[in-house]
Design a binder for this molecule. Sequence first.
Ligand code: CA
Length: 477
Amino acid sequence: MIQYFEWNLPADGNLWKKLKNDARHLHEIGVTSVWIPPACKATGPNDPGYGIYDLYDLGEFDQKGAVRTKYGTKKELIAAIEELHKYQISVYLDAVMNHKAGADYTEKFKVREVDPNNRSKPISDVYEIEGWTGFNFPGRNNTYSDFKWHWYHFSGTDFNNANGKKAIYQIMGDGKSWSDGVDSENGNYDYLMFADIDFDHPQVVEEVIKWGAWVSKELNLNGMRLDAIKHINDQFIERFLSGVREVMEQEFYAVGEYWKQDINSLNAYLKDVKYKVDLFDVPLHYNMYQASKQGRSYDMSKLFDGTLVSQHADLAVTFVDNHDSQWGSSLQSQVEDWFKPLAYGLILLMEQGYPCVFYGDYYGVGGKESMHRGVIDTLLQARTNYAFGEQRDYFDHPNTVGLVRTGDEFHPNSGVALLLSNGEDGDKVMNVGETHKGEVWHEITGSMTDVVTIDDQGNGTFKVHGGKVAVWVKKTD
Ligand code: CA
């Protein structure tokens, strides 16, 4: 999978066109699915899409300052998706369902302020505020849906227009409360930002599931990346996916963003949604971030401790960085440059997990070319050609660790040995299988020119330079 955007893309409306032109290249480097950014109309044409205004405006109506979104028009988006499908590349839409922003008008309703660090704790009496919760989408004029949003479709907001006061306002009303089935951080983490959608309201549940089915059909999607699910009632997510999967003829993939380092929270969530959604392996990201910060003092044998991929390999989307972890973003925890080739080596060559390459790491950030593209290309090529067969792990040393894939009969010359070092130059005897005896292997990232001959038992003594990745495969003429 590739995440086809980063936070600082120019707001020129050209991403869908670029993606269309890039489809063949993505296919050639071995990409089989693309996570596209939020395509719905947000607060303005510069908004990356998470300040979502109208679920039904995919860059089609003159709303919020333009017809197009930051990334282009609906027509251009559909053309990009059609082109990707020509190359059998799946498309996953980033679905932002937790909140809405940029309301059309204010409404008056009753609230109470809650403690930002404990949203279960009221810190004011109930009183009336004037909040931005009225959405009637005049520019769309009821096309696709005539649903109008009002204050009672939301559970909270953060601005009182009557006096300009910012706070976390819990909206009061019959049967209204923060949602169950959300993360327990800050008492109850239902509220994240803007006007928080109330997924306990039956009209909301019906409307958003209806949208999910509509957008999946309209864009011919293969799946979704579900934004901010730790702030959304987990039972709604389960119903939403069931609802969308019911109307889609083909398999419909889903991966959720549950941004938490604690593996127990991820495991509990997966259980609650009956394992119907994959999750990004946030603990692995933080382990790699730590490793990249600590350098040689990090114990590399513990790199997979407490990670999702080590416990639920089939449900883990492994990634190095994303638009939120990159420098200057809200969850800034960017893996240091020296470690990125090591990190990509692991996620791309190991058998477990569904690896996701970040646009910023491949194409670069803010228009500046990435220094990692070359090595990612090599690793993708290694994944496509060599990373098959049984995996043998060698996470047996604090500084030099590795794994091998023994290759299989279906892929000629397959088999690969991966070695990482966060300390000195290192070497390790690893067994690639007896079927490889007598073969001469070489290193393909260009870090060394030595060769290794595999002995009769299938062992090779593979080398790696300090602070580098080494990828060894059979040398062919
Ligand atoms: Ca919420």
